[in-house]
Design a protein around this ligand. Structure first.
Ligand code: K7E
Ligand code: CUA
Ligand code: CA
Length: 638
């Protein structure tokens, strides 16, 4: 048996337990003990385990020239981009820059991308966590992918037909968008976005007390098609993760800081925090009836969903759950909102069918909605589903994925003697999110599971003090989970999503009428330019607009002259019609770089501040004479 196989063998807890212990200190000792007992029941021989793993590994082998079955979209975390993966090969197919600057495509540099980023183009950083694909009738419709930016309080949309970000908004009146999910039914009309941090309102430096009644955070409801704020709901406590149900009426969010504390001790004071449940229809009604306020310069309707207002407002309810809950996941059968306990070894299953009664005040206690509080292990963070009644939860402290049966868990909670835990699998190390193929939809197919591990530790060649993370692929198609692949990734895939490849339909070349570059087409029209044919330089005061075509291996304009200090906008239309023949444009020593794919128009603006001759060149390999695809800008001294 190879070294690699032995690492994949779950009954090597001596080995793994040791490193975990060394790594996490005293708390991990308890974790290892839990792990050891959990393996007690289902021990396979090393030989049969190795054979099973080998068999599973053959399933993930996608031969050269063959295509994957699933598209995966990985958040790039505080690196700011979205990565497109092939699953099960775990090959990285593409990167979609969003909350970052990318010199290959020119994202954050071109006029088109900066127009999409709007005001926030001034930020060069981002921190994306939660990518989610738009849905119709609880199934992926392949239209959009939405993602949050915790760092600068933004939400972005990616068009999946071109795999580019086409809209970005900054959520007003809030700090740090964290949890993000989509309405599933009847379709993704709304994006739900949690603002995590409590701030004073107005935040003008006069109030700093978080206990003040004007200090709060909000649940944000965004119109998915327009990418505009629909309304905001004030809540008690803070907000962590969120998800929506399969009826279209309810959404729920976890709160870990019901204490409204500003420090660690304070945030852990309460034994229970809560899940806030939102009745989206009732909230819409309140907004329609004009029962809202606005804050500062913002025109966004704000409605009050705090506890003191809940009996009147009828659009929020608070369900106490233990302790600093983190992930909030709707089971793919539509029955439960599952809140993951983090500081409690349990997850709380909230029965969605009981929520209408909760809102109608027919329950004595909001806790009457709890179908089960399921004990799983240490540090439950996120849960996913296989569509066969099983749930899979990451245990951060235990470095494990636990597979458990939801119906059995409810029976056990009600006193029956059933073992709801089906398997515990060691993952490496400290998993955060977990995601099974199609698990956010009613079509969860129980084929593949990805555990996004926060630490790579000893799993890869060392890369200095900064290590890669480890995205582990697990085959869940059989009765047992099998770890089949280690995928090193750059910081930090917080979360991912997988869709069947037939659910995503991409364009082969750009449509000349694509709205992505419509403002540039509009500018050219005003200048009397036909972008498909014209190669012209237009002077407008000290602004110079250079329009050119590109066709392998030449730019339509091979030289142009400007004056020192001119603001130069270079607009290029790639008139090649051949799939995959992208050109680039780089103006040497001017910080200007961009991609122009077939039938695309791209533009970039810079100041010609240095007199002399300046070369520009094509940066995307396009032709045998790609190196020769160059031109010169002559700058006359002022
Ligand atoms: Cu668990 Cu931002 Cu989804 Cu990190 S979040 S793990
Ligand atoms: Cu055009 Cu390289
Ligand atoms: Ca707390």
């Amino acid at each position: 048996m190879s070294e690699k196989d032995s690492k994949n063998t779950p009954q090597a807890p001596e080995k793994l337990g040791l490193s975990r212990r060394g790594f996490l200190g005293a708390s991990a000792v308890t974790g290892a003990a839990v792990a050891a007992t959990a393996f007690g029941g289902a021990v396979m021989s090393r030989e049969s385990w190795a054979a099973a793993v080998k068999n599973a590994q053959q399933n993930i082998h996608v031969a050269p020239g063959e295509l994957d079955d699933y598209y995966g979209f990985w958040s790039g975390g505080h690196q700011g981009e979205v990565r497109v993966m092939g699953v099960p090969s775990m090959r990285e197919l593409m990167r979609i820059p969003v909350f970052n600057v990318d010199s290959a495509t020119g994202w954050g540099l071109t006029n088109e991308s900066r127009a999409i980023m709007g005001e926030s183009a001034k930020f060069l950083n981002g921190d994306c966590h939660h990518p989610h694909i738009s849905m119709t009738d609880g199934k992926y419709d392949g239209k959009y992918l939405f993602i949050n930016d915790k760092a600068n309080t933004r939400v972005a949309r990616i068009r999946l037909d071109i795999m580019k970000c086409d809209k970005m908004i900054t959520v007003p009146n809030c700090q740090a968008i964290h949890g993000l999910r989509l309405q599933k039914v009847p379709h993704t009309k709304y994006v739900f976005a949690n603002a995590e941090f409590v701030i004073p309102h107005p935040n003008d430096g006069k109030i700093f007390d978080l206990q003040d009644e004007n200090s709060y955070t909000m649940y944000n409801v965004i119109d998915a098609e327009k990418m505009e704020m629909a309304f905001q709901i004030i809540v008690d406590g803070n907000l962590d993760n969120t998800d929506a149900d399969y009826t279209g009426r309810f959404a729920a969010a976890t709160c870990y800081n019901s204490e409204k504390a500003y420090d660690l001790g304070g945030m852990m004071r309460n034994e229970r925090d809560w899940v806030v449940v939102f009745d989206i229809h009732a909230a819409e009604k309140a907004v329609k009836e004009g029962k809202f306020i606005t804050l500062g310069d913002s025109k966004v309707p704000v409605i009050d969903g705090r506890k003191k207002a809940e009996k009147d407002s009828q659009f929020t309810r608070y369900i106490p759950v233990p302790k600093n809950p983190h992930g909030l996941n709707t089971s793919s059968d539509g029955k439960y909102f599952i809140a993951n306990g983090k500081l409690s070894p349990t997850v709380s299953m909230i029965e969605i069918a009981k929520l209408p009664d909760l809102f109608a005040d027919k329950l004595k206690d909001p806790r009457d909605t709890i179908a089960a509080e399921v004990e799983l292990g240490l540090g439950p963070l996120h849960t996913t589903f296989d569509g066969r009644g099983n749930a899979y939860t990451t245990l951060f402290i235990d470095s494990q994925v636990v597979k458990w049966n939801m119906a059995d868990a409810v029976r056990a909670y009600n006193g029956e003697k059933v073992n709801y835990i089906k398997q515990k699998l060691d993952v490496h190390y400290q998993p955060g999110h977990i995601h099974a193929s199609l698990c956010e939809t009613s079509e969860a197919d129980g084929k593949w599971l990805v555990a996004l591990c926060k630490f790579g530790k000893d799993r890869f060649l060392p890369t200095g003090p900064l290590h890669p993370e480890n995205d582990q692929l697990i085959d869940i198609s059989g009765d047992e989970m099998k770890l089949v692949h280690d995928g090193p990734t750059y910081a930090e895939p917080h979360d991912c999503i997988m869709a069947r490849r037939d659910q995503i339909k991409t364009k082969k070349i750009w449509d000349r009428n694509d709205p992505f570059f419509a403002p540039t087409v509009e500018m050219a029209k005003k200048d009397g330019i036909n972008l498909d044919t014209d190669n012209k330089v237009i002077r407008d005061g000290n602004k110079v607009r250079v329009y050119m075509t590109s066709m392998a291996p030449a730019f339509g304009v091979q030289e142009f002259t400007v004056k020192q200090g001119d603001e130069v906008t270079v607009t290029i239309t790639n008139i090649d019609q051949i799939e995959d023949v992208s050109h680039g444009f780089v103006m040497v020593n001017h910080g200007a770089s961009m991609e122009i794919s077939p039938q695309q128009t791209s533009s970039i603006t810079f100041v010609a501040d240095k007199p002399g001759l300046h070369w520009y060149y094509c940066s995307w390999f396009c032709h045998a004479l790609h190196m020769e695809m160059v031109g010169r800008m002559m700058v006359e001294p002022a």
